[in-house]
Design a protein around this ligand. Structure first.
Ligand code: AGP
Length: 610
């Protein structure tokens, strides 16, 4: 997510804002900028791609910018690659409005076209510049009313900081879904996306709710609702230390990111579902091209590879085209069967994984068209692909991926629906049913996350296991792979995901008294078979945690020692729900074992060396 800081008071503002931005650096960003108002200078904006320190050095720590009102931004690119011109603050052509923004304006293109038809010249690729230009287009001399009019024209999930050079005694903060806090001082006040930005100056905060507008001056803060009716905000005293504040109060980034998954999925899918149809940015795959495909190759590493394993079931089911999933490090050396009728889907959170990048280049050399699914805008893999679909999970800090993995699954589901509709391989009823359940995932995930204490209890029973098995069939097998990797990489317990039907061909010899088996049995067509596999391993002494859907919970509870359930959902979408209990299980086992959860031994967030 982007970082926002705004300050107005009786001392020079730029150094305070730059200091606040430095406390938001942990969130990850690719560019920074500040806007400062001073009577003798007017509204000044300084911004640049790259590290905050570079900008701060250019401004001598902000001393070069006089003025007692300023706001600053660290940008995590979503629309428009990282660059100076795409950095925030974005400014209206006449310099009257400066805007900083966290989130996504879904209908920015239609507004941009409207404004261009009215003579507005744009300089950036961002949705944020559209907001600055729209504010100027609507401005009638009353900033608050202009902001209200603007908000009724845009759609999306966002928070804004706004300064208007014609009304320089105030800053405006707006929240719709993306967090924005208010910080109260004596003779000064703040807004920020995160309490860490100002916690060293004030711990008195209030939290804007969605559709609220804050007018911030050095004398005080007035909050309004979307109808400009005044709203009284409850104040809170924050007693976190800086480290806890960076994690939003969670003990680790990994837990924070697990809990952020509903919001991350909402941000990733909402802009791509318009009027009951999946609209994939500016992707255009013709029916002839798709129907003529000889194969879809999914190429990735680690958890991204596990997304591919789940995707295989969905894509083959809906498109009736062969899907091969390859580990990038193997693909490069297996003399792969690739033609110009092959579509290579390359999945990578970081967009910098060297095995995946090199395999992608090999696929292109062999004639494949490459579509990448990436979380980091402007990353190497994204730039080297023919097409890219971004996951808008925001920066993922923990080495063990969670929200990026979940948003990759969501993008694959969107892609499967979009391709199937283009190819004519899905009927409208099935399309609508899947799309409806896809949009319900965030709310269903919220239900799953409420079980975190139960899952923590299971972890307390089994954190001393020497080996843990994840067994499943079909999609459950694919998700078991991710559950096993999560456990291994942060708790250091050996684990294995196994096709449940394959156990009797050897591996069941490893099952002995007390061995923990996590049995994933959410895929209804194979539920009875999974019950048999649970009986099979229990008869050899295993302890079984069964993971299934609500409609099978009674049956599973007769057989397994413990059960975890997820809400019923279209079978194709089960991975998006099933993965979360296993993320939480791995987290709490590692917590019990005192492991370094966010930075596990021997691992890096992005593997850029072979
Ligand atoms: C997942 O928890 C691991 N951190 C690792 O397997 C990761 O998924 C893999 O290295 C691929 O990274 P990428 O998605 O950035 O390409």
């Amino acid at each position: 997510m982007c970082g926002i800081v705004g300050f107005v008071g009786n001392e020079q503002a730029a150094p305070i804002v730059l200091e606040g931005l430095s406390r938001l650096e942990y969130r990850g960003y690719d560019s920074t900028g500040v806007a400062v108002y001073a009577p003798e200078k007017g509204l000044q904006v300084r911004k640049a791609k790259g590290r905050l320190q570079v900008l701060s050095d250019q401004l001598h720590g902000g001393v070069d910018l006089p003025g007692t009102m300023a706001m600053g931004h660290t940008r995590w690119a979503t629309h428009g690659v990282p660059s100076d011109v795409n950095s925030h603050p974005q400014v209206s052509t006449n310099g009257r409005f400066a805007v900083i923004h966290n989130g996504i304006v879904e209908n920015y293109m239609e507004i941009k076209e409207f404004l261009m038809d009215h003579g507005v010249q744009f300089v950036s690729e961002t949705d944020t510049e559209v907001v600055a230009q729209l504010l100027d287009y609507l401005y009638d001399g009353n900033l608050l009313e202009t902001v209200e009019k603007m908000l009724h024209r845009i759609r999306g999930a966002y928070s804004f900081g706004i300064i208007c050079a014609d009304e320089p005694d105030k800053m405006v903060g707006v929240r719709k879904d993306s967090p924005l806090l208010l910080g109260y001082g004596e003779g000064f006040n703040f807004f920020a996306s995160d309490v860490t930005a100002f916690i060293d100056r004030t711990r008195e905060v209030s939290y804007l709710d969605t559709n609220e507008i804050a007018v911030v001056t050095r004398e005080g803060i007035q909050v309004y609702n979307e109808y400009l009716e005044p709203v009284e905000k409850e104040r809170h005293h924050v007693d976190w230390d800086i480290s806890a504040a960076e994690k939003g109060g969670y003990a680790h980034f990994m837990l924070k990111e697990i809990m952020e998954q509903p919001e991350a999925i909402r941000k990733t899918i909402s802009p791509r579902i318009q009027n009951g149809r999946v609209v994939l940015d500016d992707l255009h795959y013709e029916a002839d091209y798709l129907n003529n495909l000889d194969k879809i190759y999914i190429i990735a590493c680690g958890s991204s590879y596990h997304v591919g394993m789940a995707a295989k079931y969905s894509l083959e089911k809906l498109l009736r085209k062969p899907v091969e999933v390859a580990l990038a490090s193997e693909f490069r050396y297996c003399d792969p069967l690739v033609t110009d009728r092959t579509l290579a889907i390359v999945i990578s959170q970081s967009g910098e994984t060297i095995d995946t990048l090199t395999a992608m280049r090999e696929a292109k050399r062999l004639g494949a068209r490459v579509l990448s699914i990436v979380n980091v805008v402007g990353s190497t893999i994204a730039r080297a692909s023919d097409d890219v679909l971004y996951t808008w999970a925001g920066p993922e800090i923990a080495v063990a991926t969670t929200k990026a993995y979940s948003t990759q699954l969501a993008v694959i589901d969107l892609l499967a629906l979009n391709f199937a509709q283009t190819m004519g391989t899905i009927d409208q009823a099935e399309y609508d049913a899947i799309l409806s359940d896809l949009q319900a995932i965030p709310d269903k995930l919220e239900q799953v996350l409420k079980q975190k204490d139960e899952i923590a209890y299971f972890a307390s029973l089994y954190f001393n296991q020497s080996s843990i098995f994840f067994i499943g069939r079909h999609l459950d097998y694919a998700i078991g792979m991710e559950g096993s990797l999560k456990l291994k990489e942060i708790s250091y317990i050996h684990s294995e995901a196994y096709a449940a039907g394959e156990l009797k061909h050897g591996t069941i010899s490893l099952i002995e008294d007390g061995t923990l088996v996590v049995a994933l049995a959410s895929y209804t067509p194979l539920f009875e078979k999974m019950i048999s596999n649970v009986v099979e391993v229990k008869s050899r002494g295993a302890e079984v945690v069964g993971l299934t859907v609500d409609s099978h919970s009674e049956e599973m509870s007769k057989t397994a020692d413990h059960i975890i359930t997820v809400p019923d959902i279209h079978p194709m979408l089960l991975p998006s729900l099933n993965v979360v209990p296993m993320q939480l299980f791995a987290y709490y086992v590692a917590l019990q074992r005192g492991c370094d959860i966010d930075k596990p031994r021997n691992l890096a967030k992005s593997v850029t060396v072979e």
